[in-house]
Design a protein around this ligand. Structure first.
Ligand code: NAP
Length: 263
């Protein structure tokens, strides 16, 4: 049975980690889903399982958000399906494996394309549609790294700071029309992120107090956007770390960052 009268959520990076957990949560809340990532087989397996478990309509879009045309194709496909997106989770992301000097430009360019350009295009183009309907929710996945001293040779923290600022700015404008945007800023979360980045051995040394599971992160983000909170740092430990980071003097932030990456 299809359930097309329900609201629709679109989740990027739904094939793993935080995006996969968001897909479970939004299906449980009764949303029909559009799942986006590159690995089609994973998306199809997830779609089948969620449709069976929650009785929602789940569609799959295998797209590489590093392709500048991908957001347009996604928006066109949603229109072709005669759907509109009521809940957008801009979650897809990764961090470059090496430093600015050691990386090849295409890898850095992909970081910007996936987490800045594609995220922004989807937020603004779907956001404008939500504004015209007077209803909608957007969660942009930033990071606690947006508050922390930026480590030497990383674009990632600058990108996540952008996501935080762009989300706040969009929320200030969109909320006048009943559309809420939240920057979700998790700390270390148990997903495949550090395996993809190649830093699993490094971060495994961190004590368990630094870590959260993806379900906890998703629950905090979901509740924050429903409550109209523009920034969500999940967990008391992360809130404390984020708050302390914000009041560090600039010279100390620079010195700490210069020591290199801890993630
Ligand atoms: N885990 C952490 O400690 C942590 C902390 C703070 C913030 N975050 C942020 O949380 C978000 C989700 O990460 P995660 O921890 O869940 O990592 P993950 O388990 O590695 O999942 C990343 C997701 O992004 C998708 N993705 C990556 N590149 C893509 C591309 N070019 N096109 C389309 N999809 C792409 C992947 O799907 P495919 O490979 O199938 O394309 C996957 O579904 C990211 O934005 C990350 O920066 C993570």
């Amino acid at each position: 049975m299809t359930t097309m009268s329900k609201r629709t959520a679109l989740i990027t990076g739904a094939s793993a980690g935080i995006g996969e957990r968001f897909s479970h949560r939004l299906a449980r809340e009764g949303y029909n889903l559009i799942l986006v990532a590159r690995r089609r087989e994973r998306l199809e397996a997830l779609a089948e399982s969620l449709a069976g478990k929650y009785g929602v309509d789940v569609r799959v879009l295998s797209e590489d958000l590093g392709d500048p045309q991908a957001p347009s194709r996604i928006i066109d496909q949603v229109q072709t399906w005669d759907l509109h997106v009521d809940f957008l989770v801009n979650n897809a992301g990764f961090a470059a494996k090496t430093s600015l000097v050691k990386s090849e430009w295409p890898e850095l360019q992909q970081e910007i394309q996936v987490m800045v350009t594609a995220l922004t295009e989807l937020m603004i183009r779907f956001g404008k549609q939500m504004v015209s309907r007077g209803y909608g929710h957007i969660v942009n996945v930033s990071s606690l790294a947006a508050f922390a001293p930026t480590p030497a040779g990383m674009l990632y923290t600058g990108i996540k700071s952008y996501v935080l600022n762009a989300s706040e700015s969009a929320d200030m404008e969109f909320k006048r029309s009943g559309v809420h945007v939240t920057a979700l800023c998790p700390g270390f979360t148990y997903t495949e992120f550090h395996d993809v980045q190649g830093t699993r051995d490094l971060v495994s040394k961190l004590p368990s107090v630094f870590w959260q599971d993806a379900e906890t992160v998703v629950d905090a983000g979901y509740r924050a956007v429903l409550a109209g909170r523009p920034v969500c740092v999940p967990g008391a430990f992360n809130k404390t770390m984020g708050g302390l980071s914000r009041i560090l003097p600039e010279a100390l932030r620079y010195r700490l960052g210069s020591r290199g990456r801890i993630y």
